[in-house]
Ligand binder design. Structure first.
Ligand SMILES: [Zn+2]
Ligand SMILES: [Zn+2]
Length: 270
């Protein structure tokens, strides 16, 4: 268990720094209030069309590149063993053409280059680019109408960008469950005992597990598709960090769920 504690402490250090670095970029993001025509809004609400289909965030590619560079430096400080990999990622970033970040979003949040030297390089570059987009995405989300993600959205994926959740929480006032998008940060309501991955609502095959060492957290598991989702229960716990750090802090729960044969398809961690 102490090895695991070290891993969690190191990950918390890295992610806390990453969160701070990204936060400093938010005031530099210039994003006008997203606007949708009446028809678009109706289509989004009634047919479940993602908001990104109508209007994507405005991206300042120079700002994103600068942030990506800082993110690489931060990872390098925290994970010296990744130095070589980060240097080759830095070289790729030096050569990217204008429109690289919007291309990433158009390509299902993946860099489309095909000449990666390893799958580890590809994974890390996708992580860095996704992180560098966060201030722009979160600013966009903060300017959306309040109704986005309310009980009219009945899907397991994010109403804004379509990405699957990596974490959820139960609201203190009414116990309603909200899923959290790891890509753009949007939250949306989703019925408690329904699996967001496969839509299974048979209560007999959905259950949750808890560990005494981590009060306030539950892991919902679905025996139909063998997926899990970590959940913070505001009724059982006093306070929480931002959701990114909550996800990192509860790494032990991922290991327990994975040991029992469940997977979380929405995970986007390093
Ligand atoms: Zn999203
Ligand atoms: Zn399921």
């Amino acid at each position: 268990m102490s090895d695991l504690n070290d891993v969690v402490a190191q990950a918390m250090q890295l992610y806390t720094e990453l969160q701070e670095i990204k936060k400093a970029y938010v005031p530099q993001v210039k994003q006008a209030q997203p606007s949708f025509s009446k028809d678009e809004w109706k289509e989004h609400r009634e047919k479940g069309i993602l908001l990104f289909k109508y209007q994507k965030p405005v991206l300042d590619e120079v700002l994103c590149l600068r942030l990506a560079d800082e993110i690489c430096d931060c990872i390098k400080r925290n994970r010296p063993e990744l130095k070589d990999l980060l240097e080759s990622i830095g070289q790729i970033m030096d050569r990217v053409a204008d429109g690289f970040f919007s291309g990433f979003m158009q390509n299902n949040n993946r860099v489309s280059a095909t000449d990666f030297s390893s799958s580890q390089e590809e994974k890390l570059l996708n992580f860095v680019v996704g992180q560098a987009l966060h201030p722009s995405l979160e600013t966009y989300v903060s300017l959306l109408p309040q109704e986005v993600g309310d009980d009219q959205w009945q899907h397991g994926h994010c109403p804004v960008c379509g990405v699957m959740p990596n974490f959820s929480y139960l609201r203190q006032e009414d116990g309603k469950r909200y899923l959290i998008c790891p890509f753009c940060g949007q939250e949306w309501y989703y019925r408690n005992l329904v699996c967001p991955w496969c839509g299974n609502d048979d209560h007999k095959s959905i259950s949750y597990l808890e560990v005494v060492e981590m009060p306030g957290y539950e892991v919902y598991v679905c025996d139909n598709c063998h997926s899990y989702l970590k959940t913070y229960n505001a009724k059982k716990a006093a306070s929480h960090d931002d959701w990114v750090l909550e996800d990192v802090k509860t790494l032990a729960l991922d290991l327990i769920a994975q040991k029992r044969g469940y997977a979380c398809p929405g995970k986007q961690m390093m």
